[in-house]
Design a protein around this ligand. Structure first.
Ligand code: SAH
Ligand code: SF4
Length: 354
């Protein structure tokens, strides 16, 4: 039986609640069935159609014939020595590789998910950027990362508390699939994940920040800044030539004003490059009066970039300066380094030829 609409693939996590409703209506099913199906997929996180026992045998069979529940193959799982970080290497049906990371610390269980295999933005310090662009992930592939981790946590009596869209790829370069996945994950009748517990990190694609603002998206927004002057930023974040700092900050200010939310600015501290007081001062000026938080992280060195992360003492000085000027700022420690699960270190080492 044909599925209505061309944008629903066989992968069931690609389908929105409304799309599944249309399909079940076409099959002559009553409307409450879609709710039962949705509960099974997202509340119960069933791992197979057979587990959807609230549905009739016939409907389960029909689902099985028309859809597939899983489209990702997990090829490897690595845990850091202290067990705080687990990295999953996935392969899509078309053979593209990407990674998802689960971080457990404090009481938080955070999934760091990918939106693309590779990335077209070319940030010089980033292992994913060094790979170049491979493929966009579908919304279903984005959703499945979260459900796979949530299911595993559930089996161990735990729950996912946060999602950061900070894995491989630039989410705003795959905006539609990313936002469709977010809508599925926050759907109240299903997975019901708090929109504010999801943070989307972008390198600063201005038109998409504007769209995110216009659409009144309720997820949290992070912008990867890394430099507070145009010439330095262009050197490390090449896309900045196309989307320069001044209009970028304008778009950020507008987002804050429209949404009433704060923005997090990400800053990887690179030794002797962007960790000096000149950059700290320029940053204070740049974000003057903005409702924001500055997240500092010493660079995780990558094979394709010769620079090192700032030593602790300089990183702390940088943070302390920002705080002394009234900014909110935290210095994150690097986690998962031994399994290359630090930000921006994902998947590149696991390429077929890598
Ligand atoms: N493309 C998006 C999200 C994925 S990258 C973005 O750039 O924001 C997630 C974060 O990791 C970004 O802030 C990115 O700049 C940072 N990052 C990338 N490589 C890194 C590295 N080697 N060390 C520290 N942070 C890195
Ligand atoms: Fe892409 Fe983000 Fe890496 Fe830049 S930092 S190359 S935008 S994944």
């Amino acid at each position: 039986m044909a599925l209505r609409g061309t944008n629903i693939s066989r992968h069931i996590y690609n389908a929105s609640f409304a799309e599944l409703g249309d399909t079940l209506a076409d099959w002559g099913e009553r409307q409450y069935r879609v709710l039962q199906l949705w509960h099974g997929l997202y509340r119960d996180q069933c791992a197979s159609f057979e587990e959807l026992t609230t549905l009739s045998f016939r409907l389960r069979r029909q689902l099985q014939e028309n859809f597939q529940l899983s489209s990702l193959r997990s090829t490897d799982t690595l845990s850091s020595k202290n067990k705080e970080t687990t990295k999953y290497l996935f392969v899509t049906e078309s053979g593209e590789r990407f990674e998802t990371v689960l971080m457990h610390y404090d009481k938080r269980k955070t999934a760091c998910i990918s939106t693309q295999s590779g990335c077209a933005m070319g940030c010089v310090f980033c292992a994913t950027g060094q790979m170049g662009f491979v493929q966009n992930l579908t919304s279903g592939e984005i959703v499945e990362q979260v459900i796979t981790l949530a299911r595993q946590l559930k089996q161990a009596g735990n729950k996912l508390t946060n999602i950061v869209v900070m894995g491989m790829g630039e989410p705003f370069h795959n905006y539609d699939a990313t936002m469709k996945a977010m809508d599925i994950l926050i759907h109240r009748q299903g997975f019901n994940f708090g929109a504010r517990r999801i943070t989307i990190s972008t390198v600063g694609l201005i038109p998409m920040i504007e769209r995110f603002t216009r659409e009144r998206r309720r997820n949290m927004l992070a912008v990867s800044l890394h430099a507070a002057t145009q010439d330095l930023r262009e050197k490390i974040v090449p896309i900045s030539a196309r989307y320069p700092l001044i209009p970028l900050m304008e778009a950020c200010r507008n987002y804050i004003e429209q949404s009433g939310r704060r923005i997090t600015f990400e800053w990887a501290l690179i030794n002797d490059l962007n960790d000096g007081m000149d950059q700290a001062q320029a940053l204070v000026k740049l974000v003057e009066g903005m409702l924001c938080h500055i997240n500092l992280i010493p660079l995780n060195p990558t094979a394709g970039y010769g620079m090192l992360g700032s030593p602790q003492i300089k990183a702390k000085e940088f943070r302390d300066y920002l705080i002394s000027k009234g900014l909110s700022s935290t210095l994150r420690i690097r986690r998962g380094i031994d399994i290359q699960a630090g930000c921006g270190q994902l998947a590149a080492a696991n390429q077929p030829n890598g």
